[in-house]
Each structure stands twice: as structure tokens, then as C-alpha cells.
Write a protein that binds this ligand. Structure first.
Ligand SMILES: *Cc1c(COP(=O)(O)O)cnc(C)c1O
Length: 463
């Protein structure tokens, strides 16, 4: 019987530096734009929201950025994470491909998200900030930040989309265990929340509303800053520990990927895995012409069907305009189980690399995705988050292709989190209750029309 094996790194091999891709992009990233001035946002202005060091990292041109020893100390609780060779899955698929996955589900919150939450809490603490505010949908990001803040003796205030607050209590309880204050959003804590509640007291809330409340809370208090769990450059930077470790682990077994896969919500975990391999390719150090595959839901097809243009990061249009693939900031996601993949935009870094043809894109619906996940579970035993299951579907498809062609490709994917708090998805799948969703193309065209009407000068920007 084939056994799937763990490839472990010694504790002192947690990376000492993060990899910053900004100096290695095929062309410079388009700057965030302030829609009032129509000018690039001055990084200084971002310091009202974020810790200074995080703003510095956001625009840094240093390729390698030191990971503070205090952050590595917390990483030690679960890092280095194991790399698995999925030998039982390979056998089940009768594929000559070799399948590896980097298992980020071993962190206390159960996903890759604390890689950045811990770093963000640390830098804010160093700058004398006592409290961080953020939003969360189903609670993955909120729980990671609650965990990070707990470690550095800070308070966390998490605005949680009201419908999830009531329907998905487990991550709320996790956050409260770690000492965070969790507030169902919209709330009467903020002016924006009160306004929404007045108009519609029974609203289920949305991520866009929760973002607006968290930002308002941070900018109206002296001791608080805001924190974001994906999309921004500094978040992708912190996630590169994943790929840097994976590269060392593959060296142990003398292997190198032909293809690197990851699911994409805002793009941070997939970028964290593939960017260090992109660096190899860019600097001609890659052993093979490695390919990168981003995987998303057909219900939220940002990279595969969205438009590459400036848009807001939130529904209330509080954030600057970011150049990215977008489905429109007023996109209302269908109710799929992969809550972490329902964002209307994606990280500008990842979008640029897709636009430039450096990264390929695939999209699947949640029925085929859950089917792939249940095959994976029967081989490997570990229950993936519904988000992770998207990457698994793409890997299984590629492994089956290898069975046809007889190629023994090396496939590597990011196992972004475990699914033990998302068992409802599997229950619905096993009972045949899951629906496939496809986001209608007409809606995307409508979005572009609306954006162009709102900002008719968008086409004239030089970026
Ligand atoms: C949040 C989340 C994602 C999506 O976020 P990215 O920024 O795209 O990584 C994926 N998987 C899991 C388990 C998550 O919690």
C-alpha cells in the first residue's frame, strides 16, 4: 500500500526573509488612485490606516525583507508546515504525475492567514497601536487576526457580516476565545452602520459594509489601525514563507514543480506559494519551465471573466481605486460554500501577472470541486476547506491528463486550510443539495458600464 509521506524542515529553517516580487514584475505596478484627486495615492496617506512599516513594505523595492525574530518566534508554533507527497492520491488516480501539497491547515486558526496576521499585529504593536479593526465574512480572516493580536497583547475588533455571525457561530467563538470583540455588521457602533440599519433594519450585511465599518472605527479612534487579510502587496509578501519553505522541502526529495496551483480569493495564499518559484524563473534559476495556475469558482470568476481596470476594493467606495481584474465593487456573490473566494477583485500583483501571461487561470463550479475534494479525502484523509478544494480539482484534472499522455509531471499545490469548520459544505454535497453556479456575463458588462459612468476619466489615466 502506498503511503503519503510528510517532508519536514527543521524548525530553524523557517525563512529569515520574505520575498518581495515588486522589483521583479514584468512592468511596474499601476499605483492606487485617489478618485477625488485622480492622482496616485501618497503612501503617507495610507499611514492613517496602516502601520508605517506595513506601508513601507507595500511600496518597497527591496527584494528580500527581514522577518523580525519575534514574528519567527510565533511562526514556530506551526511552521515550518509540512509538505506532503500525495502518494495515495496518485495511486488512486493511476497517474504517473507526482503530487505534492503544502499543508497550511496546521496553524491554530487552520489556514495560511496567520502568516500575515501575526506580522501585521507585530508591526502595529511596535508602533504603539493598542487595537486593530477588521472585517470578516465567514470568520477565517477575523480568527487569524484575533490570534495574532492575542500574541502581542493587542485588542482586535472584528466586524462580522451579520448573517454569518448568526449562521456560522464556530469561528466567532474561536475569535472570542482569543479575546477579540466580534460585532455583527451592520452595527450601531459606526455612522455608516447606523445609516444602513436605518434604511434596512433587517439587512443580512455584506463584506463591503463590514469593511466600511472597520475603516470608520479605525480612523475615528486614536489608538486603532485597520488590517486587511489579502489583496495588498504586504500581505502577499508575508505569505511567501509558504513557497520559500516548499522550495527547500522539494530540494530534500530532489524534485522541482512543473506546475504550481492554488485557489484564489484575493490571491494571497496562491501568490505566497508561487512567487518564490516565479523568482527562480525570472532569474533563470528554475530547473524547469515551471507554470503557475490560479483556480477560482465559476460563481466568482474574477480572473477568468472579470475586466482589468481600476475599481474600488469595497462596496462603499472608501478604498482607493486599484488596478485589478474586477467583477465590480457592487458584485453580490452567489451563496457558495467557499466563502473565502467570493471577493469581487484580486491582488493587483497577481492580476498584473495574469494580464502579462505569466499566470494561467482555471474556474470550476462547487459541485465538481466538492467531488474532487471527496476523492482527495478518501485517498489522503485530510479534509480540505472548500476554498482549497478548487486547487485540488485542477490538480486532479492535470494528473488525469498525465495518465493519458504518460508524462510524469511534478504538481505542487497550496493546501490553504482545513475544512473542519466547513463541514456543512460536505453535508450538502453528500446529500446532493449543492448547486453549480455560473456568474452571468451580462452582469459583468453592466458593471463596466456603471464604473465608466461613475469615473468617465478612467480611460485617460496614464497607468
Ligand atoms: C481566505 C482563504 C482563502 C482565500 O484567500 P487568498 O487571499 O486568495 O489566499 C483560501 N483558502 C482558505 C482556507 C482561506 O481561509
Amino acid at each position: 500500500m502506498a503511503t503519503s509521506r510528510r517532508i519536514l524542515l527543521p524548525e530553524d529553517e523557517i525563512p529569515k526573509q520574505w520575498y518581495n516580487v515588486l522589483p521583479d514584475l514584468p512592468r511596474p505596478l499601476s499605483p492606487p488612485i485617489n478618485p477625488q484627486t485622480r492622482e496616485p495615492v501618497n503612501p503617507k496617506d495610507l499611514e492613517a490606516l496602516f502601520a508605517k512599516e506595513l506601508v513601507r513594505q507595500e511600496v518597497s523595492s527591496d527584494r528580500w525583507i527581514l522577518i523580525p525574530e519575534e514574528v519567527r518566534e510565533v511562526y514556530r508554533i506551526w511552521r515550518p508546515t509540512p509538505l506532503y507527497r500525495a502518494a495515495r492520491l496518485e495511486k488512486l488516480l493511476r497517474t504517473p504525475a507526482k503530487i505534492y501539497y503544502k499543508y497550511e491547515g496546521v496553524s491554530p486558526p487552520g489556514s495560511h492567514k496567520p502568516n500575515t496576521a501575526v506580522a501585521q499585529a507585530y508591526y502595529n504593536m511596535k508602533e504603539g497601536i493598542a487595537r486593530l479593526t477588521t472585517e470578516t465574512g465567514a470568520g477565517q480572516w477575523g480568527s487569524a487576526l484575533a490570534f495574532g493580536c492575542m500574541y502581542f497583547g493587542m485588542k482586535a475588533t472584528v466586524y462580522m457580516v451579520k448573517v454569518s455571525y448568526h449562521q456560522k457561530p464556530f469561528r466567532r467563538i474561536l475569535m472570542e476565545c482569543w479575546g477579540a470583540e466580534v460585532i455583527p455588521s451592520p452595527s450601531d457602533r459606526t455612522e455608516f452602520g447606523r445609516k444602513v440599519l436605518k434604511e434596512d433594519p433587517d439587512t443580512p450585511g455584506s463584506l463591503g459594509i463590514a469593511i466600511s465599518e472597520a475603516i470608520e472605527d479605525a480612523v475615528t479612534s486614536d489608538d486603532a489601525k485597520y488590517s486587511l487579510g489579502s489583496v495588498l502587496n504586504h500581505v502577499l509578501l508575508h505569505q511567501t514563507v509558504i513557497g520559500l519553505e516548499a522550495k527547500e522541502q522539494l530540494k530534500i526529495v530532489d524534485d522541482y514543480p512543473d506546475m504550481v496551483f492554488g485557489c484564489v480569493g484575493g490571491g494571497s495564499s496562491f501568490s505566497g506559494l508561487f512567487l518564490p518559484f516565479y523568482y527562480d524563473r525570472k532569474s533563470k534559476k528554475a530547473e524547469k519551465p515551471v507554470r503557475f495556475i490560479a483556480v477560482e469558482p465559476t460563481a466568482c470568476p474574477t480572473l477568468s471573466k472579470g475586466v482589468y481596470m481600476y475599481d474600488h476594493g469595497d462596496a462603499a467606495r472608501l478604498t482607493p481605486l486599484l488596478k485589478m481584474y474586477t467583477l465590480g465593487h457592487d458584485f453580490i456573490p452567489p451563496p457558495i460554500h467557499a466563502g473565502g473566494l467570493r471577493y469581487h477583485g484580486d491582488a493587483p500583483i497577481l492580476c498584473l501577472l495574469v494580464k502579462e501571461g505569466e499566470v494561467e487561470v482555471k474556474a470550476y463550479n462547487q459541485v465538481e470541486v466538492c467531488k474532487a475534494a471527496s476523492l482527495f479525502i478518501k485517498a489522503e484523509g485530510i479534509i480540505p476547506a472548500p476554498e482549497t478544494a478548487h486547487a485540488i480539482k485542477a490538480v486532479i484534472d492535470e494528473a488525469l491528463k498525465c495518465r493519458e499522455t504518460g508524462e510524469s509531471k511534478t504538481l505542487l499545490f497550496n493546501f490553504s486550510g482545513h475544512g473542519l469548520l466547513d463541514l456543512k459544505a460536505y453535508d450538502d454535497y453528500l446529500r446532493g443539495l449543492l448547486q453549480p453556479y455560473d456568474y452571468p456575463e451580462e452582469k459583468i458588462e453592466e458593471t463596466i458600464r456603471k464604473l465608466k459612468k461613475l469615473y468617465p476619466w478612467l480611460d485617460q489615466l496614464p497607468y
